[in-house]
Write a protein that binds this ligand. Sequence first.
Ligand code: SAH
Ligand code: SF4
Length: 346
Amino acid sequence: MELARAAAVLEELRAPAFRLEQLRRAVFDEAVASYQGIAVLPAQLRRDLEARLPLLSLSVRKVAISADRRARKALLGLADGKVIETVLLRPSPTRWTTCVSTQVGCAIGCTFCATGLMGLSRSLTPEEITDQVLFWRQYMRSEGLEGRLDNVVYMGMGEPFAAYESMAESLRRLLDQKQFGIGARHISVSTSGLAPQIERFARDFPQVNLALSLHSADEKLRSDLVPVNRAFPLARLSQAVGKYLSLTRRKVFLEYVLLGGENDGADSARQLVAWIKATGPRELLHVNLILFNETATRHRASTEPLARRFQALLLGEGIKATLRQNLGRDIEGACGQLVVAGGEGR
Ligand code: SAH
Ligand code: SF4
């Protein structure tokens, strides 16, 4: 649902001005899933709206729930028949987070990522991005799940900065008190390293969290793993992140998927330390070590002892480093596992 479109449709229907506020409240604050549920609107108006203004631009095809019930993955159909995935996570009993997609597939082609193997079909519209949040709010309500969904991470399918305009507009709508009312500090955007957009993001959204998927501080290895490194190599990334830090004074999260025998050795840790030291103040660069989730790729996971040693090397240099908890592995809803089976999304 787009608020601007809702206003235009109500005007076409010659509804009085206060109807917009009633509709807005039902859709965004109460997450009502059908017009039948909006009792304050007259029956005829509900029917007219139903025909002209769908509550969601996407339709649910399937929801999978992890065994521990802390992760759910939905397969959503778009108006043109393409399909995306979106994830709902419960990192703690009272917190809910959604991991949204910004594209159908992804053109970056990271070799360890299931979405990367699909290639890019198209970017999503702002509405298709925010409707993933709306979908989960409706879902939580219909399933009677307690708590409020007010954390959003742009870490689903696609590269958010390759769909910059859509991403930016979707962020404005999530931040808007009249729409989703989500706090900037509760939103994180993750990029594979599009340097010019990192600088632009610092100016446009200095309060929204930024994550950079670094994965290696070795030029050759990073170019192999994250091919966009050829366009924006490590020195250029360092410059962009340095600018981001000086403009925002906010912490940047460096994502680092530990791949067994590739980027998990002591030398790799030292290269990472050197890159961080050259980039900015250590206290503003926080490393998120991620255990590799199985995908149909040639890579394998690092072992727990090696991951711990890698973390210890960073901590020893005064760099904050956490090993990320993986939710949703059993339903292939964890990072990098999002892919629509059989290329159905293309
Ligand atoms: N395209 C953006 C955001 C989506 S990916 C980006 O790459 O940053 C979200 C995170 O999951 C990224 O850090 C990505 O590198 C990581 N990831 C990808 N494949 C993974 C896998 N198989 N196991 C664990 N993490 C993975
Ligand atoms: Fe795209 Fe991110 Fe996957 Fe790389 S890790 S292919 S940038 S979705």
